[in-house]
Design a protein around this ligand. Structure first.
Ligand SMILES: NC(=O)c1ccc[n+]([C@@H]2O[C@H](COP(=O)([O-])OP(=O)(O)OC[C@H]3O[C@@H](n4cnc5c(N)ncnc54)[C@H](O)[C@@H]3O)[C@@H](O)[C@H]2O)c1
Ligand SMILES: O=C(O)C(=O)C[C@@H](O)[C@H](O)[C@H](O)COP(=O)(O)O
Ligand SMILES: [Zn+2]
Length: 368
């Protein structure tokens, strides 16, 4: 993993007729006509938010070919806006513009925009094309790839949604220059996740390169994005609708989603909640006798080095966690199914955690 690189990288999510490319590189956004190959027809709607629009909407517009009918919709910002009401605004705008089944939606922004635009595309006239143009690290390494789309419900994260794949993912790494450090750390949580679940060498590389990643060093960031996307593409190609291996991408999320929903969406960033959740999963894995204390210490160290929380919210009781975790989408027949670590780089889905062990772990986990 020592090679330096910053130039364009191309990957594919292999899903037969619905396969699509992931293009990664600096300056991709704004290249005239770069989005042209994936448009379904002449009608295009760029959907973004009020933070991203002043930064990148002009460049996105410039990426379209001449002769297309372009509309723009700028939504409010934030996780709290990831609702059916916001998606309805997209449908309203599409209908008011008279857009038909050959239209294409472009999701320009982070995971909130990407998840909502994907869901709007999945439902509009029973399904239209969309392109992901992710502008946060988290969306570039995770949410733009794989076709999980949807919105939150007050009772649970991403409870309403659909699997709907984009036509392409265009990752302009230059957009990370404007990302606030807290959002960069949130994205690093999902990057660390790939190392923990599937790639011990990548994890070791991340440990060494964390300062470079946090300093936005281009070569390290490109490498991290490419490896993350490659691992996700491989898993999604194997199990598009999460019947098996894809569930491993949920490491830390059963705890993390509980934190996000309990605190109120947007109080903890998704990546922050996943960071703390991955540490909880690692500590539970140790209580089951799988991970050593040294491996838990490594997990804690890399999550901390990424600038992520190492404690759960101060006001969250064991019952607060359990109430939310019982609604988790992975559960079957009221059995909690958790993603745990056999060792670093090897995750599994486990549905036999004794209730007392889980409760003791949550009780003992630090609060901040
Ligand atoms: N579909 C999936 O597979 C998947 C995977 C992981 C996460 N998610 C979802 O993604 C969401 C989190 O995504 P996120 O972390 O990108 O959050 P986000 O979309 O809220 O973006 C984070 C913040 O950064 C701003 N922003 C975006 N790009 C910017 C840029 N280049 N410069 C400056 N500011 C910028 C946004 O406006 C926002 O304020 C959650 O809802 C999570 O559930 C989905
Ligand atoms: O793509 C997946 O599969 C994931 O689980 C990726 C997660 O990082 C992401 O947060 C996803 O939205 C969680 O999905 P959910 O089904 O647990 O809501
Ligand atoms: Zn996630």
């Amino acid at each position: 993993m020592s090679e330096t690189l910053t130039g364009p990288r191309n990957l594919e999510v292999a899903l037969g007729e619905r396969s699509y490319p992931i293009h990664i590189g600096p300056g991709l956004l704004g290249e005239p006509g770069v989005l042209a190959p994936w448009l379904a027809g002449r009608q295009v709607m760029i959907v973004t938010n009020e933070v991203v629009a002043p930064l990148y909407l002009e460049r996105c517009r410039a990426s379209l070919p001449a002769g297309v009918e372009v509309r723009e919709l700028v939504l409010p910002d934030g996780e709290a806006t990831k609702t059916l009401a916001s998606v309805s605004r997209i449908w309203d705008a599409l209908l008011e513009a008279g857009f038909n089944r050959r239209c294409t939606l472009i999701a320009l922004g982070g995971g909130v925009i990407g998840d909502m635009v994907g869901y709007a595309a999945a439902c509009y006239q029973r399904g239209v094309a969309f392109i992901q143009v992710p502008t946060t690290l988290l969306s570039q390494v995770d949410s733009s790839v794989g076709g999980k789309t949807g919105v939150n419900h007050p009772l649970g994260k991403n409870m309403i949604g659909a699997f709907w794949q984009p036509r392409a993912v265009l990752i302009d790494t230059d957009t990370l220059a404007t990302l606030p450090p807290r959002e960069l750390s949130a994205g690093l949580a999902e990057v660390i996740k790939y190392g923990l679940i599937r790639d011990a060498d990548f994890l070791a590389w991340l440990e060494a390169e964390m300062p470079a990643l946090r300093a936005l060093e281009a070569s390290a960031l490109t490498r991290a994005i490419e490896r993350s996307c490659a691992l996700k593409a491989e898993i999604v190609a194997e199990d598009e609708t999460e019947q098996g291996v894809r569930a491993l991408l949920n490491l830390g999320h059963t705890f993390g989603h509980a934190i996000e929903a309990h605190q109120g969406y947007g109080v903890w960033l998704h990546g922050e909640a996943v960071g703390a959740g991955m540490l909880m999963a690692a500590e539970l894995s140790a209580r089951l006798g799988w991970l050593s204390e040294a491996e838990v210490a490594r997990t804690r160290a890399i999550i901390g080095a990424a600038g992520l929380p190492l404690a759960a919210p101060a006001d969250m009781s064991v019952e607060d966690f359990l109430v939310r975790m019982r609604l988790d989408k992975k559960n079957v027949d009221s059995r909690l199914r958790l993603i745990l670590l056999r060792t670093l780089g090897d995750a599994c889905l486990f549905d036999e955690t004794p209730a007392e062990l889980l409760e003791a772990l949550i009780e003992a986990f630090p609060r901040g």
